[in-house]
Design a binder for this molecule. Structure first.
Ligand SMILES: CC(C)(COP(=O)(O)OP(=O)(O)OC[C@H]1O[C@@H](n2cnc3c(N)ncnc32)[C@H](O)[C@@H]1OP(=O)(O)O)[C@@H](O)C(=O)NCCC(=O)NCCS
Length: 381
């Protein structure tokens, strides 16, 4: 029997398909549980730091204090981006920040001493460097496009504080730092999400980590993946006030449009990351004297509550956008913040792919015409 005659069952969008095994993160969508290397995301969000979480993902265990200090120092030393890459950022500054990030990561491969080395040791070192360089790129671009000079990383600040410092040029408060730190922890890895899958596909061809991270950044950009937070804030700004939220959502649903920040391919119960940002978004809004965004979003959440019965629940992006907005971060940078948090997840999944590699190459069922006679160009009508 030929492939054409055989009954083929399609898994469109690879829904429900297990691609491989992983020891990095587990998304248990039916019970709303997320773990990194065995640790519950709730414990990490409340008690860990982003540096510690990166270490956990990359090395498979929590660090001792000495290991964490050493790792933090390595991260700090790795954050510098070569001058020629800054020049490239300058020349493409008008593009969307995710396009600039994609271009800059690609350009970094020309300056990394180990680009072509796919050994686990080199891939791990490159993963650490890319994790540290990503915020430098994002912040340098934002400052350049606003006519400002890029700010060098400050070795006395932690990862999250340094991000805000390089973006704004002033050291952030402890509360803002903690907020960013938690946000990065929540975004660090997430099973076979679209961008990690994109990174794995690239790695499965034996392409190097820079290629895989470029694929990850490219895949993250879309509004059905990393772009949702930006769209949620756009929606909150369009709604403008709490009393208009209900009619806005009714209109949207009537037109058959999706409400951004709801639904997930894997979570049919709570997205466990969302609750950490929900409470923090409220506290931040109150602290900044701008409680209205949280109220608008809460009204949207309330209207969407019946959708939970269909497994369409609020997701992490619903709350993160309002936090970035209140921190004074431009909306088109929201996806880049997601990318900064996700680089360790891409790196660890590439390491796993390389360790037990198999080319990722699914099939497509051909449904087009068959055996069409070739007509020479002069005889075509
Ligand atoms: C994330 C997402 C792409 C997952 O989609 P998926 O698993 O492929 O599910 P489907 O696209 O098949 O949607 C299933 C049904 O739920 C509906 N649905 C899914 N998300 C919805 C949303 N945010 N608002 C309204 N309806 C939604 C779809 O319209 C579809 O309805 P139908 O069966 O009547 O056609 C989808 O939920 C979405 O577009 N959400 C908004 C974007 C977002 O917040 N992304 C960030 C994810 S962390």
């Amino acid at each position: 029997m030929t492939t054409q005659q055989r009954e083929i069952s399609l898994a469109r969008g690879l829904k429900g398909v297990y691609l491989d095994t992983t020891e990095s993160s587990d998304v248990q969508g039916d019970i709303g549980k997320l773990i990194y290397r065995g640790y519950n995301i709730h414990d990490l969000a409340e008690q860990s730091t982003f540096e510690e979480t990166i270490y956990l993902l990359l090395y498979g265990k929590l660090p001792t204090r000495a290991q964490l200090n050493q790792f933090g120092a390595t991260l700090h030393q790795s954050g510098k981006v070569p001058g020629p890459v800054i020049d490239i950022i300058r020349s493409v500054q008008k593009s969307h920040p995710m396009d600039v990030l994609r271009t800059a990561v690609s350009a970094l491969s020309a300056f990394d001493p180990e680009t072509e080395d796919n050994s686990p040791e080199a891939t791990l070192r490159k993963g650490i460097r890319l994790t540290a360089q990503t915020p430098t790129i994002v912040c340098a671009h934002d400052r350049i496009r606003h006519g400002l000079k890029p700010v060098e990383p400050n070795p006395s600040l932690n990862f999250a504080a340094n991000f805000l410092y390089m973006l704004k040029g002033e050291a952030p408060s402890e509360a803002d730092t903690k907020l960013m730190d938690t946000d990065f922890i929540l975004h660090a890895d997430h099973g076979s999400n679209a961008s990690a899958f994109g990174a794995r596909v690239a790695a499965s061809t034996l392409a190097d980590l820079h290629c895989a991270v470029v694929a990850g950044v490219a895949t993250l950009k879309g509004p059905w993946h990393g772009g949702a937070a930006e769209k949620v804030m756009e929606m909150a700004l369009e709604i403008g006030e709490e009393s208009k939220a209900l009619s806005y959502i009714e209109d949207r649903l009537k037109k058959g449009d999706r409400v951004m920040g709801f639904g997930h391919r894997v979570y049919t119960a709570e997205d466990p990351r969302a609750r950490h940002l929900r409470d923090r978004a409220k506290a931040l809004g109150d602290r900044m004297g701008q409680p209205k965004w949280w109220r608008i979003l809460s009204a949207v959440e309330e209207r969407m509550r019946p959708y939970a019965r269909r497994g369409i629940c609020v997701n992490v992006d619903f709350w993160s956008g309002s936090i970035y907005y209140l921190l004074g971060i431009p909306e088109d940078l929201f996806i880049s913040i997601f990318a900064i948090g996700r680089v360790p997840g891409w790196a660890v999944q590439v390491l796993e792919q390389q360790k037990n590699n198999i080319l990722i190459r699914p099939l497509l069922k051909y449904v087009g015409p068959m055996d069409v006679p070739y007509v020479p160009i002069d005889q075509r009508s």
